[in-house]
Structure formats: C-alpha cells, structure tokens
Design a protein around this ligand. Structure first.
Ligand code: UGA
Length: 443
C-alpha cells in the first residue's frame, strides 16, 4: 500500500518508518528541509531507542522516502496520515492547530480523485469536523474522507508502541463511507491486527477524546500519588510502599504511581491544559476543573524540590554547588520540553546556586533551552565539589551510581532523590544524608 505521513517529528517519523517496516511504500513529508535531509540519510533527529534501526531497514528496502514537496506528496498516494505537532498556544491553555490546518489546506488544494486523510495528532475534540469544513472551503474537486486514528506512543518506547499498540482506535465520519474507510485502515494495520490487537470503531469525536482523556487519566494518576506523597510526608509515612500496596489492587494498578518530581514533556502538561480549554469552549468546563488541581499538584513538586535542596544546603543556596543528574523529562529520551529537571535546575540557579547538569542524552537540547547552566560530560564531573547531588531523571546510569563513585569528588555527602529511584539504605549506610522528594523512608 502507498501512503504519506505529514509531520516528521517523534510521532510522524516513527509512524512513517514503522509503516514501511510493515511493508508499505511510505513518503514522509515535513516543511523542515534539514529534518527531511537527516531522515533521508538514516539519521533520527532525536533520541529514540530502536528507531534508527527501523529507519535504516526501511530506507534500505526502498520503501521509505522523505520530501518537503507537497505536490509530490499529493501525487504519491491516496492515504495520508496527519502527524504534525499541536503545541500549547503561547500564553494560553488551548492547543495551537496551525500546523494541522496548514497541512490540510496545502494538501486539499493539490488533491484530485478519492483520498483518505487519517488524523493521528492529539487534537481538541471537534477538530476533524473543522478539518472537513476547511477542506470544503478550499473548493477542491477531490473526494476527501476524514478519519481519526489517535496515537498512544510513549517516547522511549515509540517503535514498540507503534508496532504492538494496546489498541487501535478509529473515528469514522458517518457522512462518508465508514465501511470503506475501515477496510483501508485494516489493510494498513493488517499485521498488527493479525496479532489480535483490539480494534475500536468510533465516531470522530470519541476518537479525538479517547486520546486526551487517556493522557488526562495518566496525569491524574501521577498527581494523585504525588498528592499522597504530600500527606505521607506530613504523616511520616512512605509513599513508595503505599503505591506498591494500593497498586496490587488490579482496579488501581501499580503503573504510573511513581511519586516524585511529576510529569513533563511535550504531551501530558499541554494536553491537560488544552483539554480544559476545549471543555470550556464546549460549556463543560466544570467537568474538568479537577485537571487544574492535577496541574497545580504537578507544578508544586518542582517548588518542593527546590525547597528540599535549599533546606539540605542549610537554608540558603547562595554560594552552594548543586549537581543535577538528569535533564530529559524522563529516561530514554532527549526531550527537554517542559522538563521538570531543567525547571528545577533553572530555579536553583536563580536562587544563587552554581548548578552543574549532566544527562546521558539530552545535553544538546538542554544547552539550547537553558544556555546559562553549566553542563558537564559525566555524572562524576557534575558532582565536583557539590554540596548536594540531585537525581532528577531516573536514567539507569544514575540508578547504578554507588556512594563510593561520588565520595572522592563531592564537598558534602548529600543526595536528594527527586524520582525516588535510589535505594536509600545504600546511601545512608555509606554515611550520606539522603532525602527523598515526597518523604524520606526510615531505613
Ligand atoms: C505520554 C503518554 O504516556 C502516551 O501514551 C501518549 O501517547 C503520549 O504522552 C502522547 O500524548 O504523545 P510521554 O509523554 O512519552 O507519553 O511520557 P510518559 O511515559 O507518559 O511520561 C510523562 C511524564 O510523567 C514523565 O515526565 C515521567 O517522568 C512522568 N511520570 C510517569 C511520573 O512522574 N510518574 C510515573 O509514575 C510515570
């Protein structure tokens, strides 16, 4: 099957490479010529484990190409995936749909014959109806059906999540030919569906909502456990054990109950805000007021981390050296968008600390976003003369750190575990002052 994928970011590049891996002829399209050139050379412009290998295989097979040329894309296929970004609008909660609409306008103006446009981006509910209106407004003679097939991939697991998703959701337009659209999409995902992946047919609005409500639920779960950590801290209880204990209840589940610095990245924070904004537009804002609390519990974690570091440094950060281990918003990613770790590093610097940051993969992106911080080439180097070592992203490399690795370089043996990912006993038994964000367990 031939298909295009518009947008070559995390979502689009992964989708394009994985669709070629499934045996399809795929053309990835992006307005960023540099990104397109890199991908065409087999270089992934971001860190995503496993993707370089899939990309290399797909390029070598001759089934995957990239272009910036919309004319070429319009002529290439009759199935078009839409995977461009939907960032938060500057100074507002709402999602900015300018990239989505620009692809729709550019593409519709060039199409002739019958085409299927399948949205994958995370969008406010109602966007596909808006897209239909825009297509009509271009006056195109083409017959363009719109379907919505949200993507649930996690950074760090993007390939596995695309090739072995938990489910496939397909939103269909009742005014079109839903059965014909289902048949096309079943053909696209045939190998995935053969593995008995659940396939849910829905209307367009439900499909759009599935994605944002899933992210809202995940964000709520994280903020729930972080709220519990505040209570645990006040009561002298241990939130990690509490999470284990409630997580055994299968109705609750242990995943996404890791207390600590909270969520960041390009999805959860902006998605819950855009969801609130959209609910407001629909006159249903009351339904999502709890998400405001989810957001503020999450942001409070960053302040709590700064306060913990301040207390550990004797009440003032002026003149202290702080080592920050981790800059990416989570491990196995080089993404620093809304990174809790970098936010904390920036706040510490503003309060007068000299901050040295190390991350295994996110150094280049961090330098671009926070050029004033000091960056080092290793964890050990970041800890040079440190008054406190802060673990803010739970990279495996940091989990393996031993007290003896850092003792020769630090000024004070103080470690603050912002992700509750270290074994407190190991550090305390080696004579370190250990603090866990969300309460230090008694060992
Ligand atoms: C998230 C969703 O998990 C995906 O299903 C979704 O497809 C994606 O957004 C998207 O909308 O595109 P992602 O942003 O890659 O994926 O990252 P997550 O693994 O969800 O982690 C988000 C943040 O929550 C990270 O900062 C992580 O450190 C934090 N987190 C996660 C916690 O603080 N505690 C946990 O227990 C789990």
């Amino acid at each position: 099957m031939r298909m295009t994928v518009f947008g070559c970011g995390y979502l689009g590049a992964t989708h394009a490479a994985c669709m070629a891996e499934l045996g399809h002829d795929v053309l990835g399209v992006d307005v960023d010529a540099e990104k397109v050139a890199m991908l065409a050379r087999g270089e992934v412009p971001f860190y995503e484990p496993g993707l370089p290998e899939v990309l290399a295989r797909s390029l070598e097979s001759g089934r995957l190409h990239f272009t910036t040329d919309f004319d070429e894309a319009a002529a290439f296929a009759d199935v078009h995936f839409l995977g461009v970004g939907t960032p938060q609008k500057r100074g507002e909660y709402a999602a900015d749909l300018k990239y989505v609409f620009s692809v729709v306008d550019e593409l519709a103006a060039r199409l002739t014959g019958s085409h299927l446009l399948i949205g994958k981006s995370t969008v406010p509910v109602g966007t596909s109806v808006e897209i239909k209106k825009r297509i009509a407004a271009t006056g195109t003679s083409a017959d363009i059906s719109v379907a919505w097939n949200p993507e649930f991939l996690r950074e760090g697991f993007a390939v596995a999540d695309t090739l072995r998703p938990d489910r496939i959701v397909l939103g269909l337009d009742p005014d079109g030919d839903p059965d014909a659209v289902v048949a096309k999409v079943e053909e696209v995902y045939a190998p995935i569906l053969a593995a008995e992946t659940p396939f849910l047919r829905t209307d367009l609005a439900t499909a759009e909502l599935v994605k944002v409500s899933a992210n809202a639920f995940l964000a709520t779960k994280i903020s729930f456990i972080n709220a519990m950590s505040e209570v645990c801290e006040a009561a002298g209880a241990d939130v990690s054990t509490l999470a284990d204990a409630i997580g055994y209840d299968q109705r609750i589940g242990r995943r996404f109950l890791n207390a600590g610095l909270g969520f960041g990245g390009g999805c959860l924070p902006k998605d819950i805000r855009a969801f609130m904004a959209r609910a407001g537009e629909l006159g249903a804002s009351q339904a999502l007021t709890f998400l405001r609390e989810v957001d503020s519990i999450n942001m409070r974690r960053r302040t709590a981390m700064v306060e913990l570091a301040t207390v550990a440094c004797g009440g003032s950060l002026l003149g202290s050296n702080i080592a920050v281990l981790g800059a990416a918003f989570k491990p196995e990613s080089d993404d620093v968008r809304d990174s809790p770790a970098l936010n904390v590093a920036g706040q510490l610097q503003l309060k007068g600390a000299a901050v040295s940051v190390y991350d295994p993969k996110a150094m280049a992106n961090s330098r671009k976003l926070f050029p004033t911080l000091d960056y080092t080439d290793s964890a050990r180097e970041a800890c040079h003369l440190a008054d406190a070592v802060l673990v803010l992203t739970e990279w495996a490399e940091f989990l393996e750190l031993k007290p003896a690795d850092l003792e020769p370089v630090v000024r004070k043996k103080v470690i603050i575990d912002g992700r509750r990912c270290l074994d407190p006993a190991v550090w305390m038994n080696a004579g370190w002052e250990y603090h866990g964000l969300g309460g230090t367990p008694r060992v």
